[in-house]
Design a protein around this ligand. Structure first.
Ligand SMILES: N[C@@H](CCC(=O)N[C@@H](CS)C(=O)NCC(=O)O)C(=O)O
Length: 211
């Protein structure tokens, strides 16, 4: 079988999720850490976003599509269950993750800190507004994991894999940490799954120290 290549900077929550799928399933892969909009990425993603994937003559973009391909092509535990109802629940949570949680938690809140429009000066008003809007989202996730400790059914799936990197990043900043810490079910969920070998093996390196 040809080598499976996952292309994209490890810091991206979506690159992290796809790598975690490989780790969870025990699928060997080569990781090429490229930023968005490089020629290799642009050749596969029509808008130059990461991750992209190459496997022989198969090229794919979009993390959900990549994860589905890996899940169906390789052995190891399924991250998208065969059962129609569970698979639809996974789809539902991945879609909510990409359309709702990522848009606010990552693109507004985390990116507000990490890539401020004015270097070194995060817009604290915009960050505070995003944090306020995150409260109902955190409450939704807290309720969702209360019964089983998983988002879909009673097993670890792509639904969890997709959201865990986002929660990790939100938890790095003051307002996010306080909010997540107060959500008892979600805190327990994070603590348990952050310890998974697949999460640890795909975790991006820490940012370089500031001078
Ligand atoms: N829906 C895409 C989202 C990918 C995405 O937004 N990737 C970010 C990095 S986390 C990116 O490449 N951003 C560059 C850009 O938006 O131009 C997926 O699931 O793969």
């Amino acid at each position: 079988m040809p080598a499976l290549e996952i292309i994209g900077a490890p810091q991206s929550n979506y690159v992290w999720a796809v790598r975690m799928v490989c780790e969870e399933k025990g699928v060997p892969y080569e990781h090429r850490p490229e930023r968005p909009h490089t020629p290799d990425v642009d050749a596969i993603h029509p808008f130059g976003k990461i991750p992209v994937m190459r496997h022989g003559d198969v090229t794919l973009c979009e993390s959900k599509a990549i994860a589905t391909y890996i899940d169906r092509t390789f052995g190891g535990p399924k991250v998208i269950p065969d059962d129609a109802k569970l698979a639809a629940q996974v789809e539902q949570w991945v879609s909510l993750g990409n359309v709702e949680f990522d848009k606010l938690m990552m693109r507004q809140y985390v990116v507000g800190y990490v890539f401020p429009k004015e270097p070194g000066k995060p817009d604290m008003a915009a960050i505070g507004a995003a944090a306020e809007k995150m409260k109902p989202q955190v409450a939704v996730l807290d309720r969702a994991v209360a019964d089983t400790g998983y988002l879909a059914g009673d097993g670890f799936t792509l639904a969890d894999i997709n959201i865990l990197p986002m929660l990790f990043y939100v938890n790095r900043f003051e307002e996010g940490k306080a909010m997540l810490g107060a959500a008892k079910n979600l805190s327990a969920y994070m603590e348990r799954h952050f310890a998974r070998p697949s999460f640890q093996a795909s975790k991006p390196p820490p940012p370089p120290p500031k001078n």
